[in-house]
Design a protein around this ligand. Sequence first.
Ligand SMILES: C[S@@+](CC[C@H](N)C(=O)[O-])C[C@H]1O[C@@H](n2cnc3c(N)ncnc32)[C@H](O)[C@@H]1O
Length: 386
Amino acid sequence: MTPAARVAAAIKVLDDILGGAAPEKALTSWGRGHRFAGSKDRAAIRDHVFQALRCRASYGWLGGSDSGRGLMLGAMRAAGQADEVFTGEGHAPGPVSEGEAGRELAQAPRAVRLDVPDWLLPKFDAAFGAAADEILTLMQDRAGLFLRVNTARATRAEAQAALAAEGIATVPVDQVNTALHVTENERKVAGSQAYRDGLVEVQDVSSQVAMAALPVTPGMRVLDYCAGGGGKALALAARDAEVTAHDIDPRRMADIAPRAVRAGVTIARAQAEDLTQRAFDLVLCDAPCSGSGTWRRTPAAKWALTEARLAALTGMQDDVLRAAAPLVAPGGLLAYATCSVFAEENAARIEAFLSAHPAFTLTDSTTLLPRAQGDGFYYAVLRKAG
Ligand SMILES: C[S@@+](CC[C@H](N)C(=O)[O-])C[C@H]1O[C@@H](n2cnc3c(N)ncnc32)[C@H](O)[C@@H]1O
């Protein structure tokens, strides 16, 4: 496919998404209908689509409309390529009409320039302070791919060498001694032998930093109360903790067993009824959240969040903490984490919990801001009276 034909394909996929389809589904269904497209074409179309979703407001402004065509016209204008792409030749998008005149981005409201829904701008300002414009600008670009080295299988240098032998270049991340930043051949990681042998898992730097901050010791009884696919459970099990995984929706834990086998660790799974009468030294609540710290990776979610959904999420966060509290052994720890940067999902939930649970005291509370090497993340650690 020509570069212009890829843009035309991205326009179709974006229209599907703007009509309500989930991004992954829209991309898959385009792929099914265009089997001639090679893997490089698909990857390029995917990049266009995700970038347009990240910059939906500013590209729409530049392109003169909120349609798939408007967004891609805006994207090409931002890159100075509109004239060479919108030619109508072959499979290229049709030429630009008079009604598609662009607008200067400098004239756009701040929320449009920074690609944030209006109602969320004050929340980001509160979270990022004087750095808000700089961080929101960074969030207009894709995030990198980071790996966690499974120290139960290899050192960081050994994992790096194994990946390099398969053409996957990485650099160590300073912030945490398990993290590698993939700098070449990201798309080869999932099929690599190093990955299949459990030397590495995909995990953002901030999640790794938060897990490393938990005072886990070998043999410690740990409950991952919101385990999902088990990313955090695996990180804790690699440190020889005795990890039990639970999730309100057990189907979400389907990947834990194969991932644990690959990693060479053991993770038990427990339903709610298995947890009665049990106590753990550490209960981790990696709570459902808006994901506002990770919207570079899931940009459609940024535009889909509503006030009602945010309120529902904070309710779920309170429920999770309330249900987890009795599972902490006397003297044990309760850790709360989200990949959101909004105070109402983070410090405000902890304050509400503490005021209703005087047996707990806060020992640590950290917000990691989105940056080049890491998503936005929050974690708090509370100790239960002995
Ligand atoms: C942020 S995800 C977990 C991600 C996972 N810990 C990881 O590292 O891959 C939140 C999970 O919490 C689960 N969840 C939501 N409400 C819950 C509840 N009341 N009790 C237990 N799990 C819950 C969801 O099903 C979802 O899988």
